[in-house]
Design a protein around this ligand. Structure first.
Ligand SMILES: NC(=O)C1=CN([C@@H]2O[C@H](COP(=O)(O)OP(=O)(O)OC[C@H]3O[C@@H](n4cnc5c(N)ncnc54)[C@H](O)[C@@H]3O)[C@@H](O)[C@H]2O)C=CC1
Ligand SMILES: O=C(O)CCC(=O)C(=O)O
Length: 634
């Protein structure tokens, strides 16, 4: 399957910015003019001439002559250029060397560039030297480039058309290129299809003329059902990154060849429903609400990356039922939250905020009244997970006595003491800090009744989730003096972007620190998350490994060897594996590895099989009752 070769189609490929990521002549100028004081200006002139030609805005021959005149290059510069171009071959061409080699009879490189540097590059990937048609330099006796071989048709206007005519190709001719002269081959009637190649540059004037747009060679091969290195072209995988996630994430997906869209803010439900339609991976932080309606609009969604700890903003049930894997960063910002909590409790217990505010108004109020050390005070933690337990350790190092309440029976760390209820904890603690997760059941677990249970003059902090605390009850407890100081980082309603205003009953209250949900917002944490979450998503997309997923059965898979990998997500009902195995047996499929993991909702079967199978076999697998999602990797 999927080993079709080209017969009798011919592929004509452009070189500059298609086969390689760069324009050869521009790079030659960079090398040749390395020591020239006007290097940047001259190279810029050459680039502008290249672009005018590529966009069809200047006769080709004129542009070429003017560029050569500006070059001042010689043979030794060409050798350096070849070394450089070896590092600049387009990724999708490198990936599909096997295709190029296997189909060398039908592949031609037709370029307005120069054979002297094109032949060494393309032949290394399997193109035949005699199938390379390009210009040639004229040299003087010292090896300096002094012009272009004018007898070569490619040096003239419409050169590619003239050349292709002489080739007399019989059968279909498909042209792949990024420039207007490539399109002209289609316009002339000598080629049946023109594929605008946009892996390296996207020229709107060329793209609008194209029969197809290919973001990579894989896309071209996929569209034509030809053998290729990728089961599905990565350039077709759309990634939508919201809420200003760290640039490392954007880079990770772009390096992988995915099509990435990056937005600074969050989107509301209607906007999201629209934008998510053809997205395969979405990256969010805490504000974007991935509701049932949004997920049901997401026809191609394979995975969600929560670039944070909390996953309560995602309808996990719907994601799981739709076979969408969710990954988060459970530890990357833990320390940042802990440090902020420690800093805030010291500021609050010392009554620093009103003192600082007074100083800004020119008031000098030196007094110890109402200011305390944290040493020896009782810290009460609600939620003793990753953040709660780490805060416990740091607080003990500061000499605090730590008490905690957790709905799960957690092992106390250090000298921390477990208590049996929130009410008991509130009766003991001088400082209370909430670190529960954002599940719905935790809505308003702290309201008037709970504030009444606390000691007078308590310090209260919430850096967990906004819906956990009743804000009006908190405001009332602060105003009455029950609470001596509060720090709140999370709110029931938070602005979607930095341009929206923030409103809350807590605004303007004395000894209250308000922060815009930045507990996890440190450079360190964001960079860690920016690497961690994409690495998990990429392992899942590229390899099928769901290790570290929040909602999927976790499977850590070996790298895919010389086989095809089938990934089958199904409703967790009895008998699915047996049905899959009977299809494998019926089609005589050689299985080289098989894995199954289930959770309450879904099952995840992975089978590595030898490469010989029919489309009918794949159809039958997809038709097994309970199938939610099926994909194949190779
Ligand atoms: N402000 C910010 O920027 C950040 C906020 N967070 C939030 O902090 C919270 C805690 O994070 P982690 O410690 O990593 O989570 P975690 O899942 O490791 O720990 C949460 C703990 O709370 C416990 N818990 C849940 N409901 C409870 C309840 N009603 N009463 C007592 N215990 C309860 C759980 O059993 C668990 O042990 C999460 O809501 C997270 O989203 C996390 C990072 C940054
Ligand atoms: O940094 C963010 O946007 C959210 C941090 C957070 O609340 C979390 O990690 O759960």
């Amino acid at each position: 399957m999927l080993t079709q070769t080209l017969n009798p189609t011919h592929i004509v490929i452009d070189f500059d910015s298609t086969f390689t990521k760069v324009e050869g002549l521009d790079e030659l100028a960079m090398i040749a003019l390395a020591a020239h004081e006007d290097r940047e200006a001259i190279v810029q002139q050459i680039r502008e001439l290249t672009d005018l030609g590529m966009n069809g805005e200047m006769p080709f021959a004129e542009g070429l002559r003017r560029r050569i005149a500006l070059l001042s290059a010689n043979r030794s510069h060409i050798d350096l250029l070849i070394d450089y171009l070896r590092t600049k071959v387009s990724e999708s061409f490198l990936r599909n060397k096997a295709f190029i080699t296997d189909n060398a009879d039908h592949i031609y490189v037709v370029s307005s560039g120069f054979k002297e540097f094109i032949v060494p590059i393309v032949t290394e990937l399997g193109v035949r030297a005699e199938h390379v048609f390009a210009n040639e330099f004229l040299f003087d006796e010292e090896g300096n480039i002094i012009g272009v071989d004018e007898n070569n048709v490619l040096a003239s206007d419409g050169g590619k058309i003239k050349l292709l005519r002489t080739l007399n190709l019989v059968g279909d001719v498909y042209v792949i290129g990024d420039g207007y002269t490539d399109y002209e081959l289609r316009e002339s009637g000598l080629a049946n299809r023109f594929y605008a190649f946009t892996e390296n540059v996207n020229r709107p004037r060329v793209v609008e003329k194209a029969d197809h747009v290919s973001g990579s060679l894989d896309e071209f091969l996929y569209d034509n059902k030809l053998s290729r290195s990728q089961s599905y072209p990565k350039s077709r995988i759309k990634v939508l990154l919201l809420e200003n996630v760290h640039p490392a994430a954007k880079k990770a997906f772009e390096d992988e060849g995915f099509n990435v869209e990056f937005l600074k803010g969050a989107l509301d439900e209607d906007e999201l429903c629209e934008r998510i339609r053809d997205v395969s991976i979405i990256g969010i932080r805490s504000k974007t609400q991935l509701t049932k309606k949004v997920l049901e609009s997401a026809n191609r969604l394979m995975a969600i990356g929560a670039f944070c700890i909390g996953t309560n903003q995602i309808d996990l049930e719907t994601a799981t039922e739709r076979g969408v894997a969710v990954f988060n960063a459970p530890y990357s910002n833990t320390r940042s939250v802990v440090e902020l909590a420690i800093g805030e409790m010291i500021m609050l217990i010392r009554n620093i905020v009103p003192k600082s505010n007074s100083m800004h108004q020119g008031i000098w109020d030196k007094s110890a009244s109402g200011s305390y050390e944290v040493r020896g005070k009782k810290l009460g933690l609600v939620g003793y997970g990753n953040i709660g337990s780490q805060l416990s350790v740091v607080a003990e190092a500061l000499g605090m006595e730590v008490y905690f309440y957790d709905v799960v029976d957690r092992l106390a760390i250090g000298n921390a003491r477990k208590v049996n209820s929130m009410a008991e904890l509130f009766g003991i603690a001088d400082v209370i800090s909430l670190h529960v997760d954002g599940r719905k059941d935790n809505t308003y677990i702290v309201g008037k009744e709970q504030f009444d249970q606390m000691k007078d003059g308590v310090i209260f902090m919430n850096l967990s989730r906004g819906h956990v605390v009743e804000i009006d009850a908190l405001a009332a407890a602060i105003k009455s003096g029950k609470i001596a100081g509060a720090a709140v980082d999370v709110f029931p309603q938070e602005p979607k972007t930095n341009n929206e205003a923030f409103e809350s009953e807590l605004v303007g209250l004395d000894n209250v620190i308000l922060t815009p949900h930045i507990g996890g917002s440190t450079e360190e944490a964001q960079e860690n998350i920016g690497h961690y979450v994409p690495s998990k998503l990429l392992e899942y997309i590229n390899n099928g490994s769901s290790y570290g997923s929040y909602n999927f059965p976790e499977v850590q898979l070996p790298k895919l060897g010389d086989s095809h990998r089938l990934l089958h997500v199904h409703a967790n009902v009895p008998g699915v594996l047996a049905k899959l195995n009977s299809i494998f047996a019926k089609h005589n499929i050689n299985i080289t590895g098989q894995y199954l993991k289930t959770n309450e909702t879904i099952g995840y079967v992975i089978a590595d099989i030898s490469k010989n199978y029919s489309e009918e076999f794949v159809r039958e697998l997809k038709a097994v009752e309970g199938t939610i999602r099926f994909r194949m990797l190779y």
